[in-house]
Structures are given as structure tokens and as C-alpha cells.
Design a protein around this ligand. Structure first.
Ligand code: KG4
Length: 333
């Protein structure tokens, strides 16, 4: 079964064609990061306009590089929530038109379920149930993946997402947007014990997380140093910060897996690209005898292949949408 999938929830326009869910024939991605970098963050209106400008060409390119015709496609899958509403609407309307014109099924896909599915592409042997930590620019979720389409959120950030915290901290350190990967690089030569930073725990809720206090602690540290005319060691600060984020994510995920009796843990989303977090997960999983699944960097960030893969399982579960499909900025899993 050939599915063309479309992802426009934020600042990547992406179109993929996947065969039977897990085989990616092409995954075309146009990143808008350069357009937003000058503003230090994603500007929703610019994101929507840029999606409109490139989406048709990207779809055509996906067909050209695979040597397929439009008539070869069996279904269209599209991210319809959550995300920037204007950006989502571009993908949803393109998908509705394509499915209607080709008279093939339209499959709505939840963006976070797509991130989870990135692991199915990377690891052919992986099947639910397992625990997944989804860490991206907008979400930090501990998800019980009971089945391909049946998932339950057991823990979440109460404020900033982990990726948002990386990006805001990067901005304070004078690094370009999106800052996560720059903090990652900078932190590699730093002493992670030099700056003591807080790790938040939520009273009465073991699995929920919080990152805004950590972000504020870095802001205060930088401002105090500026006022005193002191030079901060940016590599050590980036390293201490990353360690604090990792300490909030890794032990908590391991503990929840233990609680649920799961021997399989997956990590997904843009922040899963972080080298320190990957390393800490690998060490923890080895110590506990748990199987760990973290996609390669190309499948951590937003892409359409993961939407096509999840779309396949949604299709098998009977999920379809009509031409009245809408986009939603927020939606439960
Ligand atoms: O999943 P994603 O591409 O988009 C969303 O759906 O949000 O995640 C983007 C986030 C950004 O906050 C970015 O700074 C972060 O992932 N990120 C990283 C790294 N690479 C990307 N954070 C930490 N370390 C990295 N290497």
C-alpha cells in the first residue's frame, strides 16, 4: 500500500511516500529554519506562507524521485493536530484536495503519534506495547503505547517543553535559533558539574515534569554575571544545563517503565537528537536490561515519513477523514 504523507505542523514542509507503513520510498523536507532564525523563533504567519509556496513542488518532487504517478497512490495521510493552526491548515487543505481529486482515502494523523512511529521506521522489529518519551519543541510527554493507535499520556511537562527550554536557553547564551543542536555542540567540551542548576519534581505527581524553573535559573545566572562583569564559561553552562534536562527525563522514564513492567523504551522528537540525552539513556537502559529505541537524527525532527508510517496503522484501524477534516492547534492523543 502506497501512502503519500504530508507534514506542515510547524516550520518544516515535508512530504513522504511510504510503502506498507515502514518502508520509506522518499522523505522530502524543506526546512524554514533560516526564514525564522532572524526573529529568534518561529513566526506563524511566515511559516504558513512558506508552506503554501513549496508544498506543491515538494509533492511533485516526491513523485519524480520515486518514479511514481499520482494514480499509483493508495491513500493520503496528513498531520491535522497539534501545531500552528495556519501551518496545519496548509497541509490539511492540500491533503483534502489531493485525496478528493485522486478519489483515495484521507487519513488524519496526530503529530505526536507520528513522532512515536518514527521508531517503527528505524526499528523493523519494534511493536507495541512500550513506553515512549516524546521530547520536541512543543511537547514533553511520557506515553504508554498500548497499541499502534491506542496511546495514553502518563506524564507531561507542566510548563515549558524540553525543546522550548533548550531554545530559550540557547537564546540567552547568544546561540542561533533553533538552539538545541548548538547547545549540544557547545556542551561537549564543558564540565557538567560547574554550575548547580535545579531539577524540578512535581509534588504528588511522579511522572509530570517542569522546565521553566531551570530556564529561569539560567537567565538569573547570566544576568548576575553580566551585572558583576564576570565571564561565564558558556561550554560548562551548556553542559550543566543539558545534564539538568537529562536528569529530569532519563531516570523518570526508566522508573515509569519499571512501574509498568515494560522492557522496551522508545524516545522520539527533536530533542531525542541530543547526544548527552542519548548517551544517558543508553547507559541507563544497559544497567536495567531494557531494550532502547532511539531513531537516527534524520527521524528525530519533524518529517513526513513518520506521518506516513502512523497513517498506515491508522488506516488499518479504520481511521478515515472526509473533506470536512479540520486542523486543530491542540488535541488529546
Ligand atoms: O520534533 P521537532 O523537530 O519539532 C517539534 O515538533 O517541535 O523538535 C524541535 C526541537 C527544537 O526545540 C530543537 O532545538 C530541538 O528539537 N533539538 C535539539 C537538538 N536538535 C534539535 N535539542 C537538543 N539537542 C539537540 N541536538
Amino acid at each position: 500500500m502506497l501512502i503519500m504523507s504530508i507534514e506542515t505542523s510547524c516550520d518544516e514542509t515535508a512530504i513522504a511516500i511510504c510503502e506498507n507503513g515502514r518502508k520509506v520510498l522518499t522523505d522530502q523536507i524543506f526546512s524554514q529554519a533560516d526564514l525564522h532564525a532572524v526573529y529568534g523563533g518561529v513566526v506563524p504567519e511566515i511559516a504558513s506562507r512558506s508552506h503554501v509556496e513549496v508544498i506543491s513542488q515538494l509533492a511533485q518532487r516526491a513523485l519524480t524521485v520515486t518514479g511514481l504517478q499520482k494514480s499509483d497512490l493508495d491513500a493520503i495521510a496528513v498531520t491535522y493536530a497539534p501545531g500552528l493552526i495556519g501551518a496545519l491548515l496548509v497541509g490539511v487543505n492540500f491533503a483534502k484536495s489531493a485525496a478528493f481529486a485522486l478519489d483515495i482515502p484521507l487519513i488524519p494523523v496526530h503529530h505526536i503519534k507520528g513522532h512515536v512511529a518514527a521508531n517503527y521506521i528505524a526499528f523493523p522489529q519494534l511493536a507495541p506495547p512500550f513506553l515512549c518519551l516524546a521530547i520536541s519543541g512543543g511537547n514533553t510527554l511520557l506515553i504508554d503505547v498500548k497499541d499502534y493507535t491506542d496511546m495514553e499520556i502518563l506524564g507531561a511537562t507542566r510548563d515549558d517543553a524540553a525543546g522550548e527550554c533548550f531554545d530559550k536557553t540557547a537564546r540567552i547564551l547568544g546561540l542561533p535559533y533553533p538552539g538545541g543542536k548548538h547547545i549540544d555542540t557547545l556542551s561537549r567540551n564543558g564540565d557538567d558539574t560547574k554550575y548547580p542548576l535545579p531539577r524540578a519534581n512535581i509534588e504528588g505527581s511522579l511522572w509530570d515534569m517542569s522546565f521553566s524553573g531551570l530556564k529561569t535559573a539560567v537567565i538569573n545566572l547570566v544576568h548576575k554575571a553580566e551585572q558583576k562583569g564576570e565571564e561565564l564559561d558558556r561550554a560548562c553552562l551548556a553542559s550543566s544545563f543539558t545534564r539538568a534536562v537529562s536528569d529530569s527525563l532519563v531516570p523518570r522514564t526508566m522508573a515509569l517503565a519499571r512501574e509498568l513492567g515494560y522492557k522496551k523504551i522508545a524516545v522520539a522528537g527533536g530533542v531525542a537528537a541530543n547526544s548527552r540525552i542519548r548517551q544517558d539513556f543508553e547507559t541507563a537502559a544497559k544497567n536495567e536490561g531494557v531494550e532502547l529505541f532511539i531513531p537516527p537524527l534524520s527521524l528525530c525532527g519533524d518529517n513526513a515519513a513518520m506521518i506516513g508510517c502512523q497513517g498506515y496503522y491508522e488506516f488499518l484501524a479504520g481511521v478515515r477523514a472526509g473533506t470536512d477534516l479540520n486542523a486543530y492547534a491542540n488535541m488529546e492523543l
